[in-house]
Design a protein around this ligand. Structure first.
Ligand SMILES: Nc1ncnc2c1ncn2[C@@H]1O[C@H](COP(=O)(O)OP(=O)(O)O)[C@@H](O)[C@H]1O
Ligand SMILES: [Mg+2]
Length: 601
C-alpha cells in the first residue's frame, strides 16, 4: 500500500511539471511571436491603433494562458493534497505505529500510534534526528535501519523498545528519499509465548526431578540430583538443600547447584523465631509451607541477605520445607534471575516436588529398616545354621563314639564270651541237651556279633574315617545294591581331593539320604552317581530313573530329608540343586567349593 501511494504521488508530480512546462513554452512563444509580428506589422502599417490592438490581443492571450495555468495548478494541487490527506488518514487509522525518516534520519512523519508508543507528540518529533532522540535503540534495530538505508533493502525484525519494555515486530521499507518504518506491538504474544515456554520448561524439570527421585538410592543422591536437575533443566540460577541440625537448630546447607559463588557460606539460618530465622527458609520450615519472595530487592524477609543475593543475580526465590515422617527435616530453596518468577502454577508444582522428596526420604528409611531386618534374619539364619552344623558334628562324633564302643568294646566282649562258649562246647563231650544249649548260645552270639557290627557300620562306617569318602561311597553303593537289588553305576576321580572330615561326612550323609529316598519313593530300576572335580568345585550327582515327583508340591509337605540335604550343603558353603518331574526320574546335584575349609590341603 505504501508503495502504491508513493507511486500515485509521483504521477501527480509529473503531471504538474508537464503543465508548468507547457505553459512556460506557450508564454514564451506568445511573447516571441508578438515581438516578431510587432516588428513586421510596424513595417507594414505604422499605425498606432493597430499597434495597440495587437498589444491587447497578446495581452488577452497571455492573461488567458495565465488563468489556464493557475486553474490547472489549482486542480493538480488540490488533487495532490487530497491524496496526501487520504494517505495520512489511512496511516492515522491503522492501529500500528508508522513513521518515516528522510535520508538524514530526520522524522518526516509520525502517526498517532507511533506518538503513543514513542511517548512524544509528533510536533516534538518531526524534524528531529531519530538517533539523537532514540538513544535506547537496540543494536539489531540500528543495524537493520542502516542496512535498509545503505543497501535499499527491506528489513524485518523483532525488537524490544526499552523505555516501555514492549516488544515490536518492525518492518523497514527503504526508498531513495528515506525509510518508512512500520511497527506492530507484539508484547502480548511474546508474553504468552514466554509463559508457554516457562510452563513447558517447568514441566520438563518436574519430570526430570521425578526421574531423579525414582533412581535415587540414598538421600544424598536424591538431594544432589534434584539440585542439579532444577538448575540444568529449569534454568534456575541456584538451588540448594539444607538439613536441620537438631542440636544447634540451624539449617545446614548440604547440597547446591548453579551460581552459588559462596552465598551459602554467608548465610546463617535458624529454624527458631530469632533474627536468623526470620528469612524465607526459617519461615518456610517453621510454618510448614512455601515462602515465596518475588522481589528480593524489596522483600523485608530478605533484608539480611539482600546484598549478597542481588550481587549473585538472584531476583526472586522460593523456600520449601522438606518434611520427613511428619517432622521438619530440611529445606529446598530455588533462586531465579527474574523478578516475579514464581506464580501459582510453579509454586504448586514445586510443592509437589517437596512432597515427593518427603515420600522418597520415608521410603529410604523404610528400605533401610527393611534391610536391617533382612540382615538380622540372615544373621539369625547363619547362627541357626552354625548351631545345626555344630549339632550335626556332635551327633556324628557321638555316632562315631557309639559305633566304636559297640564295635570294639561290646564286639570284643561278645567275641570273648563266644570263645568261652566254644571252649565249653569243646569240653562237653557227650551229646545231650547241655551241649545242644551251648551250641545254640554260640550261634546266637555269632548273630549278635554280626548285628552289632552292622549297627556300628550304620551308625558310622569306619571306612569313611579309615579310607576316605570315595571308599565309603563305594561301600554304601554295594550295600544298597545288595539290599535293594537296584544297580548303581558310580564314577569317581582317580585322585580325589582330600576333604575335611566334616565335608566328607556331609557328602556321605547326603549320598545316604538320596539313596534312602530312591529306595523309599522312586521305584527306580537304575541309579547313576558320580563325584568329580569341576574347576574349584567338587560336584556329587545322584540320578535315578524312577517315578520322579513334583518339587513344588513336595515343598509344602515340610518333610525333613530334602531340607536336611540342602542345609548340609549350605553348611559347606555349597549349592544344592534337585530336578525332578513326575515320570521322569530325579537328579540331585551338590557342588561344594574346594580349597577353602572343605578340604585340608
Ligand atoms: N528320588 C525320589 N523319587 C521320587 N520321589 C522322591 C524322591 N526323593 C524324594 N521324593 C519325594 O519327596 C518327598 C520328600 O522327601 P524327604 O524330604 O526325604 O522326606 P521323606 O523321605 O521323609 O518323605 C518324598 O516324600 C517323596 O514324595
Ligand atoms: Mg527322605
Amino acid at each position: 500500500m505504501l508503495r502504491q501511494l508513493s507511486f500515485k504521488a509521483g504521477i501527480d508530480k509529473i503531471v504538474l511539471l508537464s503543465f508548468t512546462f507547457a505553459f512556460s513554452c506557450l508564454l514564451f512563444f506568445s511573447f516571441y511571436t508578438y515581438g516578431r509580428l510587432e516588428k513586421r506589422l510596424a513595417l507594414l502599417a505604422e499605425n498606432a491603433s493597430v499597434h495597440r490592438d495587437l498589444f491587447y490581443v497578446f495581452l488577452i492571450m497571455s492573461a488567458s494562458s495565465g488563468l489556464l495555468l493557475i486553474t490547472l495548478f489549482l486542480i493538480v494541487h488540490n488533487s495532490l493534497s487530497g491524496k496526501r490527506k487520504e494517505v495520512m488518514e489511512v496511516f492515522e487509522r491503522v492501529s500500528d505505529g508508522f513513521l518515516s525518516l528522510d535520508t538524514n534520519w530526520i522524522f518526516t512523519y509520525v502517526n498517532s500510534r507511533a506518538e503513543q508508543i514513542l511517548n512524544q507528540p509528533k510536533g516534538y518529533l518531526l524534524g528531529k534526528n531519530i538517533w539523537e532522540y532514540h538513544t535506547t535503540a537496540t543494536p539489531a534495530f540500528y543495524k537493520a535501519c542502516m542496512e535498509a538505508m545503505e543497501k535499499q533493502r527491506y528489513r524485518h525484525l523483532e525488537s524490544i523498545y526499552k523505555p516501555s519494555q514492549r516488544h515490536f515486530e518492525v518492518h523497514i521499507y527503504p526508498s531513495p528519499n528515506g525509510l518508512s518504518v512500520y511497527f506492530t506491538d507484539i508484547t502480548e504474544r511474546k508474553d504468552a509465548e514466554q509463559k508457554v515456554l516457562k510452563a513447558s520448561r517447568l514441566y520438563a524439570t518436574i519430570s526430570e526431578v521425578n526421574k531423579a527421585i525414582v533412581y535415587a538410592d540414598s538421600p544424598e543422591k536424591l538431594f544432589r540430583d534434584i539440585c542439579n536437575v532444577v538448575v540444568a533443566s529449569g534454568k534456575f540460577r541456584m538451588a540448594w538443600v539444607g538439613l536441620i541440625d537438631k542440636e544447634s537448630r540451624m539449617v545446614i546447607p548440604a547440597y547446591h547447584a548453579g551460581h552459588e559463588e559462596g552465598y551459602l557460606s554467608t548465610v546463617r539460618i535458624s529454624v527458631d523465631h530469632v533474627i536468623e530465622g526470620l528469612g524465607p527458609t526459617g519461615r518456610a520450615i517453621r510454618e510448614g509451607r512455601h515462602y515465596v519472595c518475588n522481589d528480593i530487592g524489596t522483600d523485608p524477609a530478605m533484608a539480611a541477605w539482600r546484598q549478597e543475593a542481588l550481587s549473585r543475580g538472584y531476583r526472586s526465590s522460593i523456600a520449601l520445607p522438606v518434611i520427613k515422617s511428619g517432622e521438619p527435616f530440611g529445606s529446598f530453596s530455588l533462586y531465579s534471575h527474574e523478578e516475579n518468577f514464581f506464580d501459582g502454577e510453579e509454586i504448586q508444582l514445586l510443592d509437589e516436588v517437596v512432597q515427593d522428596m518427603s515420600f522418597a526420604l520415608e521410603a529410604f528409611d523404610n528400605e533401610a529398616s527393611l534391610k536391617a531386618k533382612e540382615q538380622e534374619i540372615q544373621d539369625m539364619n547363619g547362627q541357626l545354621r552354625d548351631l545345626a552344623s555344630n549339632l550335626q558334628n556332635i551327633r556324628e562324633e557321638e555316632r562315631t563314639y557309639i559305633a566304636r564302643e559297640i564295635h570294639d568294646e561290646l564286639g570284643q566282649q561278645l567275641t570273648a564270651i563266644k570263645l568261652d562258649a566254644a571252649w565249653l562246647d569243646r569240653k562237653i563231650l557227650e551229646d545231650g541237651p547241655i551241649k545242644q544249649r551251648v551250641g545254640h548260645i554260640i550261634s546266637m552270639l555269632s548273630n549278635v556279633i554280626h548285628s552289632i557290627r552292622k549297627i556300628a557300620m550304620q551308625l558310622r562306617p569306619s571306612v569313611l574315617d579309615d579310607l576316605g569318602l570315595i571308599e565309603a561311597l563305594k561301600w554304601q553303593s554295594r550295600d544298597f545294591q545288595n539290599r535293594y537289588a537296584i544297580p548303581i553305576a558310580f564314577q569317581y576321580p582317580d585322585n580325589p581331593p582330600v576333604l575335611a572330615a566334616a565335608s566328607a561326612t556331609g557328602l556321605f550323609r547326603i549320598f545316604q539320604e538320596a539313596l534312602t529316598n530312591i529306595a523309599r519313593h522312586a521305584e527306580a530300576t537304575a541309579i547313576t552317581a558320580s563325584l568329580r572335580v569341576c574347576g574349584q568345585q567338587l560336584v556329587m550327582t545322584i540320578a535315578d530313573d524312577g517315578k520322579g515327583f513334583d518339587i513344588t508340591a513336595v515343598k509344602k509337605k515340610k518333610t525333613l530329608g530334602l531340607l536336611g540335604m540342602k542345609e548340609r550343603t549350605l553348611m559347606m558353603k555349597g549349592t544344592y540343586e534337585i530336578t525332578s518331574q513326575p515320570g521322569k526320574g530325579t537328579n540331585l546335584s551338590i557342588s561344594i567349593p574346594l580349597y577353602t575349609y572343605n578340604n585340608l590341603t
